[in-house]
Design a protein around this ligand. Structure first.
Ligand code: GDP
Ligand code: CA
Length: 319
């Protein structure tokens, strides 16, 4: 069985671990979001790719959900002693090594997809991890800054430094319109038995990947099942509500399904807290409710199993 998943960081990575457990024999290709990527201290940092790689490779800080476990912050402290920031982005010593290797390889001319493959040689995530594109795409957020007026800032500055406290006027994946899917992305989607949308941020994770020219159409042609990141009208963690508000979408499991749309989505899993949405239905989408908290490995595996079962049922129905 061939499965493709479009993943952001924490929500995507945790779901993928459940998916790997639910279907150990499956050939899983993960298309990772690179819109959150940022250059810091001269190094290229790809937070979502690394979260997937560390989580599936057993190197993640489990409690935090990102970064390396057993991490130290000596390099960051030394940089700050020189007055060199930013101080708001957490880069630990172990993590630094990943970004140094990546930056060296990029400087030597390797595309990000090849670099990611090389990093995964160490981590053996048990899936094929491909960045959505080898081209540079950076999500920028336009805010009305009380001190500096209206300006565009990097997504990470909005998300990590400001904790999305200033409302986003617009969220723009800069470079996406001219980006090409990375080698293997469209082929993997074309060959997939099912495409899954993990409970990743619908705007700045899944939305960014779908915005790479050709990806949305390729995905829409397949059996697609998504898992809602919104439970009972709120994100499970993080500030996805601030992203949804910015694009005029209500923070609800139903509104996210309608935002993806019936042309894209065939099946949609909502939490039992949103059973009313399943009962009412969403036009053109098969909606089922079940527990969606990825509270432990067994619960997470059951969510992935449910997504696969729904995909199989819908693929069968389509004949
Ligand atoms: P990020 O890039 O690290 O922000 O991670 P993603 O975009 O992959 O996922 C973020 C989303 O995961 C958030 O909108 C959360 O609501 C969602 N999420 C986190 N934990 C859970 C969970 O246990 N269950 C569900 N259904 N969603 C979750
Ligand atoms: Ca992210």
């Amino acid at each position: 069985m061939k499965i493709v998943a479009l993943a952001g960081g924490i929500g995507g990575a945790r779901f993928l671990r459940g998916l790997r457990a639910a279907e150990p024999a499956a050939d899983i290709t993960v298309i990772g979001n690179t819109g959150d990527d940022i250059s810091l201290f001269g190094l290229r940092v790809c937070p979502d790719l690394d979260t997937v790689m560390y989580t599936l490779g057993g190197g993640i800080d489990e409690e935090q959900g990102w970064g390396r476990r057993d991490e130290a912050f000596t390099v960051k402290e030394e940089l700050l002693a020189y007055g060199v920031g930013p101080s708001w982005f957490g880069l630990g010593d172990r993590d630094f090594a990943t970004h140094i290797v990546r930056t060296q390889m990029l400087a030597a001319g390797y595309p990000l997809s090849a670099v990611t493959e090389a990093l995964c040689d160490r981590w053996k995530p048990g899936v094929r991890l491909i960045p959505m594109t080898d081209d540079q795409v950076e999500t920028h957020v336009v805010v009305d800054d009380p001190e500096h007026g209206r300006r565009a800032i990097h997504f990470q500055e909005w998300w990590v430094r400001l904790r999305a406290s200033l409302p986003a006027v617009t969220i723009a994946p800069v470079g996406a319109a001219d980006a090409k899917p990375a080698p293997g992305v469209l082929e993997a989607i074309r060959d997939a038995d099912a495409v899954l949308l993990p409970p990743s941020n619908p705007v700045v994770s899944v939305g960014t990947i779908l915005g790479i020219p050709g990806v949305r159409d390729a995905v829409a042609a397949k059996t697609v099942v998504g898992v809602s990141p919104i439970i009972g009208g709120a994100p499970v963690r993080g500030m996805a509500d601030a992203c949804l508000t910015a694009i005029g979408v209500e923070t609800s499991a139903r509104a996210v399904a309608e935002h993806y749309g019936a042309e894209l989505l065939d099946g949609w899993l909502v939490d039992d807290a949103d059973a009313a949405t399943a009962a009412e239905g969403v036009e053109g989408v098969a909606v089922r409710s079940r527990p969606l908290l990825m509270s432990d490995p067994a619960a997470t595996e059951a969510i992935a199993r449910a997504a696969l079962d729904l995909a199989a049922e819908l693929a069968g129905a389509a004949g």
